[in-house]
Structures are given as structure tokens and as C-alpha cells.
Ligand binder design. Structure first.
Ligand code: PRT
Ligand code: MG
Length: 217
């Protein structure tokens, strides 16, 4: 049996065409079913639905043989024990620093100053501000980061941005582009040794689709 870990929503949706190229069709719609294990047209392949942040953990410990996960999640997890063969170039967005409109960010990040930053991505934020030589007081949140500067919880946030509509709706401005983000295929290293051929087939089929796809922003 080959088990693939996916999260519901954009990652599941954008992985379907890659699976199709590997001859794999998921037989149930996760938006309609309550099942967490979904069968496919291939009896030896199944999909497990887990929270986006849990995908690397499932693959690391062998609860799944492979998975699809955002670079953001992967960096926060650390990637220990994971083989990362492929950038799938799906679920694209970027990691940014944002502050309220009118906030003097350049002044707040002058060498040697201190800034309070709320984020779900504490590891990425810590590394980014450390590289800039700015002292950062990080406040860990699990969602709705946009609210933090509006309530005085923090001066700035580090969050993912795709269209920019969420920032705009909350009167926040992007002041730093930290890194581009897309989703990657991750594989359990022991599973790759034990089930080399079927896992290789999936990696190769995904790689062929990625190679054909036009380069998009
Ligand atoms: O939603 P849930 O709490 O269950 O988990 P999750 O947010 O971790 O999962 P999901 O499915 O929302 O995101 C999975 C992966 O998609 C992330 O790990 C990213 O790699 C990728 N991705 C791509 C995004 C976005 N685009 C995105 N826009 N993840 C989140 N967002 C959020 C962002 O955090 C912000 O709140 O959308 C909002 C901004 O969107 P715009 O379009 O208004 O800029
Ligand atoms: Mg989400």
C-alpha cells in the first residue's frame, strides 16, 4: 500500500491533476465526504487527509509514505527525515512582513531596534529578522494574524500573501517580501527504500507535469 498525505482545500485541489498524470484518481470528494482515508482507482494507493501543518509529521514518522506540503510548513517543521525531491510549483504565494498603513517601518527596524511581530511562522520570522540585525519579540499565533496590529498586540505581522486582498481589507501594507512559497513533494526515506518502484513512478509522473507546466509568477 502507498499512502499519500494531503490537506483539504487548495493543496488537494491542485494535486489532483498531478495524480491524474500518474494514473491515480481519487474516488471521493473530501468536501462532501467525512472520510479521512480516501480510496483511489488504484487499490494499492490511498490518500489520507490531514491538517496542512501535520503533513510533514505524518510523512516523517511513516503514517504516510509521501505528502504534499507548503514550503512555509516545511521550513517551520525543519524537514528532518524527509526526502524532498520536487518543487510542485502549486499553491503559490509569498511570505511577507506587513504593518498598518502609516506605520514607520524603516524607523522600527533601524539597526539595534526592537519590533514586536505576530506570526504563525516563528522560525521563518526569527531567521529573517536575525539576518537584518533587528531584535524581534515574536508572538506565536495560529490564525488571523491580520488582527494583531489592529488591536495593538504587535507592530507587524509575518504572513502568507497571495492576492493581497486580505492585507488591503485590513488596512495593512506589505513592507518586506521574505520569500516565494510553493508546495513540495515530501517522501519518507525508509518508504522510498522499501517501495522504490511505485514511489519513483509517482515522483516521475509529477516531475513530468511540473516540467511541462508554463513558468508562472
Ligand atoms: O486553513 P487551515 O488552518 O486548515 O490550514 P492552513 O492555512 O495551513 O492550510 P491551507 O490549505 O489554507 O494552506 C495550505 C498551504 O497553501 C499553505 O501552507 C501555503 O503554502 C499555501 N497557500 C497559498 C496559502 C495561500 N496561498 C494563502 N493565501 N496559505 C494561506 N493563505 C492565506 C494567508 O495566510 C492569508 O490569511 O490566505 C490569506 C491571504 O490571501 P490573499 O489572497 O488575501 O493575499
Ligand atoms: Mg488556511
Amino acid at each position: 500500500m502507498i499512502t499519500l498525505a494531503l490537506s483539504k482545500g487548495r493543496i488537494f485541489d491542485e494535486t489532483l491533476p498531478l495524480l491524474a498524470a500518474a494514473g491515480i484518481e481519487v474516488l471521493e470528494d473530501p468536501e462532501k465526504s467525512r472520510k479521512l482515508i480516501l480510496p483511489t482507482n488504484r487499490p494499492e494507493v490511498r490518500v489520507v487527509l490531514v491538517r496542512a501543518t501535520d503533513v510533514p509529521t505524518y510523512v516523517e514518522y511513516g503514517g504516510a509514505d509521501l505528502g504534499v506540503t507548503g514550503k512555509d510548513v516545511l521550513l517551520e517543521h525543519g524537514g528532518a527525515g524527509l526526502f524532498q525531491p520536487l518543487d510542485l510549483r502549486i499553491a503559490k504565494c509569498h511570505m511577507a512582513v506587513a504593518v498598518p498603513e502609516g506605520f514607520d517601518y524603516p524607523r522600527a527596524v533601524r539597526q539595534g531596534s526592537r519590533i514586536t511581530v505576530a506570526t504563525k511562522y516563528t522560525s521563518i520570522a526569527r531567521d529573517f529578522f536575525a539576518d537584518k540585525g533587528v531584535h524581534v519579540d515574536l508572538i506565536k499565533l495560529y490564525g488571523s494574524m491580520e488582527l494583531a496590529p489592529l488591536t495593538g498586540l504587535s507592530a507587524a505581522i509575518v504572513d502568507l500573501v497571495s492576492t493581497g486582498k486580505t492585507l488591503k481589507a485590513n488596512h495593512l501594507l506589505e513592507v518586506e517580501h521574505i520569500m516565494d512559497i510553493s508546495s513540495h513533494l515530501v517522501v519518507n526515506q525508509a518508504a522510498l527504500k522499501l517501495k522504490t518502484a511505485p514511489i519513483r513512478n509517482i515522483i516521475d509522473a509529477f516531475a513530468a507535469v511540473v516540467a511541462q507546466a508554463p513558468e508562472t509568477a
